[in-house]
Design a protein around this ligand. Structure first.
Ligand SMILES: Cc1ncc(COP(=O)(O)O)c(C=O)c1O
Length: 362
């Protein structure tokens, strides 16, 4: 049985499991802002027609300028990407044949990109129910590699690794010329985030990936950026196809960034829903990862195997993300996005039914 390696596009999942996709279902497998894109995207939709009539700006000058002002970073330290996924693929090419350490569990594209470029891959596995680090063990592994991938806030757990942990790692890695790739695709869902981007001025071995498709709910048009030292940006830019970021994505990116209240509104909504859901999970004795963002891991601690719960939910039209292809998780957890109130209510209702038929015995 080969399950899809990413969330979204649920028909592939049902097909792989030999199940019928119900007429009504809720997809909790993709971690996209449940409020949808900023209103300006819809309101200006017809304007995008003009955009497709010309080639996009290959230097993404306006958008880079806006990000540069917001993040207080020179435009020469920014590279726009056709989604964070393209930037990961480019980094994979830059690391061709090198030794790479991936902090697991993590987004599967790091491994895919590195494998495609014949990198020698090792893992550092976070441990325990709270996915903890042993810095000494980690550094002894990082000592032997050319690059380290860290995903924070972490996909799939939703846990944020604080700057007080990351900075010493970057500093230690710099001593032996080891690149640290920090994927912050979900940073903008955190309610107490302090930007790590200024550190790129201090550490030339640090690269920070950002995605704009999650917060702004535009995964279909692909947009992300990388912040790193200008020499790294130049090197990666040479590997990128010309006009890689289409003109609709560039225009949409500008509109998204202009709406500052949208991010604050989203963070507040997600925080409230996360609290509501986690209160329910505690009450019904489900175990969850200590997430700080718009998705989390969940398991029924009274079941050895979560596959039965997974199938039960799918049959009830609730689509979680399986975790079989996250090293260290191997299906022992399910991942859920935080969605609208109505959708989250529906999830809690189905999980309550499950709990009634699978009592916790406490
Ligand atoms: C941690 C992480 N990084 C990067 C990406 C790529 O995002 P995108 O290519 O949509 O910007 C994803 C997508 O799920 C992700 O989860």
């Amino acid at each position: 049985m080969k399950l899809p390696s990413h969330g979204s596009n649920p028909h592939y999942l049902y097909e792989a499991l030999g199940l019928n996709l119900p007429e009504k279902y809720i997809d909790f497998s993709a971690n996209i802002n449940p409020l949808g894109p900023p209103v300006a995207i819809k309101e200006n939709w017809s304007r995008f027609y003009q955009d497709i009539l010309t080639y996009p700006d290959p230097f993404a000058t306006k958008l880079k300028q806006l990000i540069s002002e917001k993040e207080d970073v020179p435009t020469g330290s920014l590279l726009m990407g056709n989604g964070g996924a393209e930037l990961i693929a480019l980094i994979g090419r830059m690391l061709a044949g090198k030794k790479v350490l991936i902090v697991q569990p993590a987004f599967s594209e790091y491994e895919t990109a590195c494998k495609a470029n014949q990198c020698e891959i090792t893992y550092y596995q976070l441990f325990g129910p709270d996915f903890e680090w042993s810095l000494d063990d980690f550094l002894s592994k990082a000592d032997k590699v050319d690059a380290v991938f860290i995903c924070s806030p972490n996909n799939p757990t939703g846990i944020q690794f604080p700057p007080s942990l990351i900075e010493p790692i970057v500093r230690e890695c710099e001593k032996h010329d080891c690149t640290v790739i920090l994927d912050e695709a979900f940073y903008d869902f955190l309610d107490d985030y302090q930007s790590f981007i200024p550190y790129i001025n201090q550490y030339t071995n640090l690269m920070i990936i950002r995605s704009m498709t999650k917060m702004y709910a535009i995964p279909g048009i692909r947009l992300g950026y990388l912040a790193a030292s200008p020499s790294v940006i130049t090197k990666l830019g040479r590997l990128q196809p010309h006009w890689s970021i289409n003109s609709v994505a560039l225009s949409a990116g500008l509109l998204c960034m202009e709406d500052e209240s949208f991010v604050r509104k989203t963070i507040e909504f997600i925080r409230q829903e996360r609290e509501r859901l986690f209160y329910f999970y505690q009450d019904c004795e489900f175990q969850v990862s200590p997430s700080k963002v718009n998705f989390y891991l969940l398991r029924d601690p009274y079941c050895e195997d979560q596959f039965e719960l997974f199938c039960y939910l799918l049959q009830g039209g609730i689509i979680p993300r399986h975790t079989f292809n996250f090293p260290g998780l191997e299906g022992k957890w399910l991942r859920f996005a935080i969605k609208s109130k109505v959708d989250n209510d529906q999830l809690m209702e189905v999980l309550e039914q499950w709990r009634m038929s699978h009592p916790s015995f406490s």
